[in-house]
Design a protein around this ligand. Structure first.
Ligand code: SF4
Ligand code: SF4
Length: 618
């Protein structure tokens, strides 16, 4: 089809306006990202994991489909349809000049047919997604979005006009009118992409590819002048890119334990609030981030469970922002919290988060004849604050020690051990975290430790990942990993096997991908039951992110919400694999039931199998 001179002039004018509006907004967004602070810790290499993630999450849309199969498939079809229509669109534009990239025969004919099949699938998918958004209206999507309605209409118009051209006679007036309808839909749609949340169509492939490696990783502070996220000038390029990519789907909020229990924290609003700040003030501004768009109270309600990052379909990492805001608030003295102050003082004065004199740890070790690590044993058993001072944590350590002895595995504990700095790190006090990490590292090096073992997923995460900033490269594993390897050597229990519901600890499951190992141990004692939210979708106990040491006055307690869910399974035993979860669930189960199920760590479950005294806390 060749346009007349007048038509061509009109087409070129509209095309120029559309491309200008598209490029103007996209250029402004990319300019803000580029003017943001460089991420000095960013390394593009190794490329292979990035390519794999890109193929899995972008090309195959696997993450979107996995978490919400029906809307996910519909969304994936629209995405694949867009890819298929890139060539169709070029062909459409070239037709204005009388050229045809896709001929009516051979390969061109095949491709047109394929695109037609995609067009039908896209129309059906868009209808389904629109019905969900405007009729079913899950609350996570927020207010009704007319912008989404317009986009859905334009995409449908593009597909239907493409399909219509097969039915219209070449060169007829109706074919010409259809060509113009398709063109108008295209030229309106193009600038809407960067002006709306559909910007994710352009940015999300880049965001996923450039995301920070590792799950929920907290980037290190960049030098002595970096005090966290205080103002716009502290927002880095990766963060800027991520906040502009948000598609406002609300999946992060839908799974956030703080939000679900009535706190003001809304991870979607953390992302959008940062975006609104950048829109209003730009990335170089000195105006505080906390205030108009972002709330300090919300930032400190986060349990760092990682559910938001796990769910986000476009690769947004919320914790660098949340912890960054905490760092800024702590370092500028804005955060005033009696519990937080007490925690930091405890860590400074006693070296442990619970504030006990160090002699209490020595007495515990002596009383139970725990061997001191002398370089000859296979494992150095890290006790952590909970294992050293908390009564239930100590029971877990003693149960594990008995199991290790039964299995003939050599272990010893450090003569001196301080908190590894985990709660200080998550609450934004990097100075204190660094001091504690370095003191511990010196002791570990002095003791000639090769392999470490811990009952605490929080300790493991901090020592294995966060301590890398101080040159550490520790081999440390969780007791569930070790016990799973030796589970066949534990005697089979006699008689009736109780139903055991297993609670996934966020720092063991989502953070480290360890789901099967603790379940293997649980299955040795009883019949495994999973709560409705399990494994990658496990629901937090409320202790992470230093929250264990703070008050929880707003809304329902996260631990109570989880305890109710565990209780509803009717299991006789609740299995846990983290001393923080253990402590939270113990109190919460007692709150929600006058006769709560027994609560056992997997070390106690293993100890029960060998008939140990430390099999139960009762
Ligand atoms: S890490 Fe967990 S608690 Fe924090 S914002 Fe994300 S989902 Fe909510
Ligand atoms: S941050 Fe991710 S999960 Fe949350 S609303 Fe934005 S795109 Fe959705």
């Amino acid at each position: 089809m060749r346009l007349s001179g007048l038509e061509l002039g009109l087409f070129l004018t509209l095309l120029a306006v559309s491309v200008f509006l598209f490029g103007w907004r996209l250029g402004a967004v990319l300019g803000r990202v580029h003017r943001s602070k460089p991420d000095t810790d960013f390394h593009l290499l190794p490329l292979l994991p990035r390519v794999k993630k890109f193929v899995w999450e972008v090309m195959l849309q696997a993450k979107v489909i996995r978490e919400r199969p029906w809307p996910g498939v519909a969304h994936a079809i629209v995405f694949w349809g867009f890819c298929a229509f890139a060539l169709v669109t070029l062909n459409h534009v070239s037709e204005a000049f009388g050229w045809a990239l896709l001929s009516a025969h051979g390969y061109g004919r095949f491709y047109r047919g394929l695109a037609a099949a995609f067009a039908v699938a896209v129309v059906v998918s868009i209808a389904g997604l629109a019905a969900r958004r405007f009729i079913a209206r899950p609350k996570w999507l927020g207010e009704v979005s007319y912008e989404s309605g317009l986009i859905a209409f334009l995409i449908s118009a593009l597909m239907l006009t493409y399909l219509a051209h097969f039915a219209l006679a070449e060169g007829s007036a109706s074919a010409r009118a259809n060509w113009w309808l398709h063109t108008l839909a295209l030229l309106i749609f193009l600038p809407l992409i960067p002006h709306t949340k559909h910007l994710h169509l352009l940015l999300s492939p880049l965001t996923v590819f450039l995301s920070r490696p590792g799950f929920s990783r907290i980037p290190p502070l960049q030098g002595d002048e970096d005090f966290g996220l205080i103002a716009g000038k502290d927002v880095t390029r990766i963060t800027s890119l991520q906040v502009y990519t948000c598609v406002e789907c609300g999946r992060c909020t839908e799974h956030c334990p703080a939000n679900l229990t009535g706190k003001i924290l809304d991870p979607k609003q953390i992302v959008l609030g940062t975006r609104r700040y950048l829109e209003e003030s730009g990335p170089r501004d000195s105006k505080p981030l906390l205030g108009k768009h972002l709330s300090m109270e919300a930032a400190f309600q986060c349990t760092t469970c990682g559910a938001c990052e796990y769910q986000c379909p476009v690769g947004i990492q919320h914790l660098p922002v949340i912890i960054g805001l905490r760092r800024g608030a702590v370092n500028t003295g804005q955060w005033e919290d009696a519990h937080g102050t007490k925690l930091f003082l405890n860590l400074e004065r006693t070296g442990n988060a619970l504030g006990f004199p160090r002699s209490e740890r020595d007495q515990f070790i002596q009383k139970h004849a725990l061997p001191i690590f002398d370089g000859r044993q296979e494992y150095c058993l890290w006790l952590g604050c909970m294992g050293s001072y908390d009564p239930q944590g100590r029971e877990i350590v003693l149960a594990l020690a008995e199991v290790l002895r039964f299995l003939g595995i050599g272990f010893g504990v450090l003569r001196k051990e301080k908190c590894n700095g985990e709660p200080a790190r998550r609450l934004g006090n990097d100075l204190l975290f660094g001091t504690l990490a370095e003191d511990n590292l010196a002791e570990i090096c002095r003791s000639g430790v090769r392999k470490m073992l811990s009952i605490c997923p929080h300790c493991i995460r901090t020592m294995k990942e966060d301590w890398k900033e101080f040159g550490a490269d520790l081999e440390i594993e969780h007791h569930s990993e070790l016990l799973a390897r030796f589970v066949a050597q534990l005697p089979e229990p006699d008689g009736q096997r109780p139903r055991v519901v297993f609670h996934d600890a966020c720092y063991l499951g989502r953070y480290r991908g360890i789901f099967d190992q603790p379940r293997a141990v649980v299955s040795r004692l009883g019949r495994l039951v999973n709560p409705p939210r399990a494994s990658e979708r496990g629901f937090c106990c409320g202790a992470g992110g230093g929250r264990f040491f703070l008050g929880e006055e707003t809304g329902k307690r996260v631990s109570v919400a989880r305890a109710e869910e565990l209780l509803a399974t009717g299991a006789e035993v609740v299995g846990a694999a983290c001393p923080f979860c253990h402590s939270m669930l113990r109190d919460a189960l007692a709150t929600v039931s006058p006769a709560p199920p027994r609560l056992l760590d997997i070390a106690q479950i293993a100890a029960q199998a060998i008939g140990s005294n430390h099999a139960s806390e009762e």
